[in-house]
Write a new protein. Structure first.
Length: 222
């Protein structure tokens, strides 16, 4: 009987220790999960803010090209800005949905890590995709604002300069695409350019991923 009582006491003690360890793990994890969710919700909120902005820009660009549809270079300006606005709207919605998917409560840390990695990749690539067209899109944006608010047609004032500047910008965009693809394929991970390309997802998501790594590592210890 004494041996059985000793075994029961050891089993009860082991259960108490397990409960204490589980409570300690939960106490350590809970504030970090809350911080992770705050970061993801803040990220989603920013995307919704950008979504509203680009809806306004897209609507203005649409009204511009409709009003100037009989002038080819102004029609092209409006359509290009309209198409860019639609792309930016799609990107903002997709980022927000991916962030909400990561935050879809109480999933395993490994699953959240995979989803967050996908969000970071998409964010970095979409930042690059939306950023590179500004090598030439700035000129069309300037043309749009000049015509809309100042009544000045930059192309009509200096067509050769306008076309040359636009061509140089397009060439710069394609050069940037080629450089980014080469860098991601061939540069070592420690190289500053590769780190910069991968860092386009932003510090907020990078910190969120670091928090998930800590949660995963601490959970494995227990």
């Amino acid at each position: 009987m004494e041996l059985e009582e000793l075994k029961a006491a050891w089993a009860a003690q082991a259960q108490r220790i397990d409960r204490l360890e589980a409570a300690a793990l939960q106490a350590w994890q809970q504030p970090r999960r809350h911080a992770l969710r705050r970061r993801l919700r803040w990220f989603s909120g920013r995307q919704l803010g950008w979504l509203l902005l680009w809806i306004v820009v897209t609507a203005l660009a649409a009204s511009f090209w409709v009003a100037h549809r009989h002038v080819p270079h102004l029609l092209f300006t409006g359509l290009a800005l309209h198409a860019y606005g639609i792309a930016a709207i799609w990107v903002s919605v997709t980022r927000a949905l991916l962030a909400m998917h990561v935050d879809a409560a109480d999933d395993a840390v490994l699953v959240q890590q995979q989803r967050l990695a996908r969000l970071r990749r998409f964010t970095a690539m979409s930042e690059l995709g939306l950023g590179l067209p500004w090598f030439w899109l700035w000129l069309l944006a300037l043309q749009w604002m000049s015509v809309r608010w100042l009544g000045l047609d930059l192309y009509a004032m200096a067509p050769a300069w306008f076309v040359l500047t636009l061509a140089v910008g397009v060439a710069g965009m394609f050069a940037g695409i080629a450089a980014a693809r080469w860098g991601l394929r061939h540069l070592p991970e420690a190289h500053w350019l590769r780190r910069w390309l991968e860092g386009l997802s932003g510090q907020s998501l990078a910190r969120a991923q670091q928090q998930l790594r800590e949660l995963d590592a601490y959970g494995k210890e227990y």
